[in-house]
Design a binder for this molecule. Structure first.
Ligand code: GTP
Ligand code: MG
Length: 271
């Protein structure tokens, strides 16, 4: 990210914030468009919801100090990848990879780094798909490539990460061993749940109560709709067919005679 020459740090920081905000908005809009297009084409949303945030100055300073770097704008731009962060929550693991691949295909987005914690979960049980990308922000005179961290995860992974974060905060990173063990177990259970939900969803997608291929209709009809119309036509035609031998035709004859008798009685004359 190359900033224009500015007069002081405060001005530079405001400029940086404006760029990070713009990059988040651009990426968010691109993702919304993809989601809407997908919904139109497949009647299905791969993205459940998106959240984004700008890291607080306190948290940025803490991270730079942890890296042993001086806190200044240049180092923030150079060393902190997650000043702008976007989190994409999906229903299923397959949606995570689908979204990640679509992001990789975006012509103006450069993928700088990928960490697949789904294929390789962290030892504590953390799972998510991380990408560091650079988004071009077009200003009046220059275009500035701005870094954004993208985290893509399922609802289950998100629930786990948020609980783990709370536990970490509460115990200042040193949670009792049994809690760590149970958290890891939870992560494995949730991964199992994600797999089961995905296979259930795939089964539902492929399920058809009346698969057309197995529909055994008369070959003279081309579709079930035409077939049903054909049936109505045939029924009305069958009134004209007299099958002397069948039970139905006898019943019909009897009914007609009875009706004629009724008519004679009502109108007072014979036929
Ligand atoms: P930081 O963890 O941000 O210092 O950067 P890193 O270079 O280690 O990147 P990584 O991709 O591993 O993590 C980036 C972000 O993912 C973190 O800031 C968290 O938001 C999230 N994350 C990574 N590991 C964990 C974890 O064990 N638990 C939780 N709750 N979140 C995690
Ligand atoms: Mg972070």
């Amino acid at each position: 990210m190359d900033l224009p020459v500015l007069y002081n740090e405060a001005e530079e920081w405001n400029y940086c914030l404006m760029l990070y905000n713009a990059a988040l908005k651009e990426l968010n809009t691109k993702l919304e468009i993809l989601n809407n297009e997908f919904k139109l084409a497949h009647q299905y949303n791969p993205i459940e919801h998106i959240t984004y945030r700008i890291k607080t100055p306190k948290s940025i300073a803490k991270k730079l100090m942890r890296y042993g770097k001086e806190v200044n704008i240049e180092n923030i731009i150079k060393y902190i990848n997650d000043v702008a962060g976007i989190r994409i929550i999906c229903s299923f693991v397959s949606d995570i990879y689908r979204i990640a691949n679509l992001i990789k295909k975006m012509s103006d987005i450069k993928v700088l780094k990928i960490k697949d914690y789904i294929a390789n979960p962290k030892p504590n049980g953390y799972t998510s798909y991380h990408m560091i990308v650079s988004v071009p922000v077009c200003l009046s005179n220059i275009t500035v490539d701005t870094k954004v961290e993208i985290q893509i995860r399922t609802i289950a992974m998100d629930v786990w990460a948020s609980l783990e974060h709370k536990i970490c905060y509460k115990f200042e990173g040193e949670a009792p061993e049994h809690i760590q063990k149970e958290l890891k177990e939870c992560s494995e259970l949730l991964a199992y749940l994600d797999r089961k939900m995905l296979s259930l969803s795939r089964e539902i997608q492929n399920y058809s109560p009346h698969p057309v291929n197995s529909y055994n209709y008369d070959t003279k009809y081309k579709s079930p709709v035409i077939e049903s119309i054909g049936t109505i036509v045939d029924e009305s035609k069958s009134d004209n067919i007299v099958d002397v031998g069948s039970d139905n035709s006898k019943k019909k004859e009897k009914k007609e005679k009875k009706q004629a008798g009724k008519n004679r009685f009502l109108f007072g004359f014979g036929i």
